[in-house]
Design a protein around this ligand. Structure first.
Ligand SMILES: Cc1cc2nc3c(=O)[nH]c(=O)nc-3n(C[C@H](O)[C@H](O)[C@H](O)COP(=O)(O)OP(=O)(O)OC[C@H]3O[C@@H](n4cnc5c(N)ncnc54)[C@H](O)[C@@H]3O)c2cc1C
Length: 371
């Protein structure tokens, strides 16, 4: 029996397990058989919320130092001899199309959170692009998330974390911990259960009589292969974005369909993204995409993730609803989760993330843009 059972092995479950292992807990991660890629695989890996200044402080607190947190974690994995840690982090900066009052708000936000920023027209950043005035945040970047997941799994296995493949259908809370029941009849017991099952978490929370305003939100992405170095860093506009990888791949994203939990790419999605690609960087109009995929974001009505104990369910915690910001927020979310489980002083006020405070009235104003 492990101290902690983590249900869901996306980025939130994996990093939660790492933080708990660092604190001396034994952990078992129970992840559904890979019928579809988790959002953590499908996402773009931008290490900033999109138009970050339009979000609440609760999101900035979880995302402001994501780049250095990932850097530290990858250094740790590298030092432990885990293969594949190189070239995952891309420090090319984040360029955002903005002007006028919005740009002024962005500068104030950057000053407040001590994030370097400079005005730069898109033509200076990327001469062939078809976008306008904007700001460059040179200290921000992106991460290659499929590689990150592989590195993390290897690292955790070497640290003694157990992985089980099962679809959990029910969580049961008892006087001295929790139990999780799989659809195939297997069950596991632990002093603590963590629900980190992405967009499917709502069903598990319902099984312990704690319905939450969570919803699936499908997103599709395209990948093009071009000469490396042509896109210097993430280029973000209101319409969508370009994300470069160090091998020359360029990701174009993304679509957003609230309520859709299907994981297959669509013809309509491809058409939308091809038009977007050509509008951001005309050179892509004459290229064929090399890959097209879809993932399902774990949406949350108020756009702030829910992290903490599940009220009324002894020994059960949740880390869910990271929506469009799960990759950037994961390192800090995982630290907060582990601190709440072990009873340490949390690094930030946990109240904005608590499940008992979740209500539709605490929505942010950022729900206009797809990630
Ligand atoms: C197209 C797209 C682009 C994105 N771009 C970005 C970006 O640039 N930056 C950013 O920060 N975020 C981005 N996101 C959002 C980000 O990917 C998610 O917020 C994040 O990955 C959520 O992580 P998670 O671990 O909560 O969920 P997931 O990654 O979905 O993991 C959940 C895991 O739980 C498992 N599971 C589900 N149900 C059960 C069950 N009953 N029993 C056992 N296991 C179960 C699943 O198999 C899965 O492995 C993007 C998402 C999409 C789709």
């Amino acid at each position: 029996m492990s101290d902690v059972l983590v249900v869901g092995g996306g980025i939130i479950g994996l990093l939660g397990a790492l933080e708990l292992t660092r604190r001396g807990r034994t952990v078992t991660i129970i992840d559904a058989p890979a019928q579809y890629p988790p959002a953590s695989w499908a996402g773009g890996g931008i290490l900033s919320p999109l138009y970050a200044w339009r979000y609440s402080d609760a999101i900035t607190r979880l995302s402001v130092d994501a780049f250095s947190r990932y850097q530290q974690m990858l250094d740790e994995c590298n030092a432990a001899g885990v293969p594949g840690c190189e070239a995952l982090l891309h420090s090319g900066g984040l360029w955002v199309e903005t002007s006028g009052d919005d740009a002024a708000r962005a500068r104030q936000w950057a000053e407040r959170w001590q994030i370097p920023v400079q005005a730069m027209p898109a033509s200076e950043r990327m001469p062939e692009s078809a976008v306008g005035a904007g700001l460059l945040f040179p200290s921000l970047g992106n991460i290659r998330n499929p590689g990150l997941l592989k590195v993390l799994r290897t690292h955790l296995q070497r640290l003694g974390v157990r992985f089980e493949s099962a679809m959990i259908s029910r969580v049961v809370s008892g006087a001295v911990g929790g139990k999780v029941l799989a659809a195939d009849g297997r069950q596991w017991q632990g002093a603590t259960v963590v629900i980190s099952a992405g967009h499917a978490a709502a069903d598990l929370l319902r099984s312990i009589h704690f319905p939450m305003p969570l919803f699936p939100a499908k997103g599709e992405m395209l990948l093009y292969r071009v000469q490396p170095g042509q896109v210097p860093g993430v280029m973000l506009t209101e319409r969508g974005y370009l994300i470069p990888r160090q091998d020359g791949s360029v990701l174009v994203g993304s679509t957003l369909r609230k309520g859709d939990d299907t994981t297959y790419p669509t013809v309509a999605g491809r058409y939308q993204l091809e038009r977007l690609a050509a509008s951001l960087w005309p050179q892509l109009a004459s290229c064929s995409p090399a890959f097209h995929w879809a993932g399902v974001r774990p949406g949350c009505d108020r756009d702030i993730p829910l992290i903490g104990p599940v009220p009324g369910a002894n020994g059960v915690f949740a880390a869910v609803g990271h929506y469009r910001n799960g990759l950037v927020a994961a390192p800090a979310s995982a630290e907060l989760l582990a601190q709440l489980i072990t009873g340490e002083q949390p690094f930030t006020d946990p109240e904005p993330y608590s499940l008992s405070s979740a209500s539709p009235s605490s929505r942010s104003s950022s729900s206009f843009l797809s990630r």
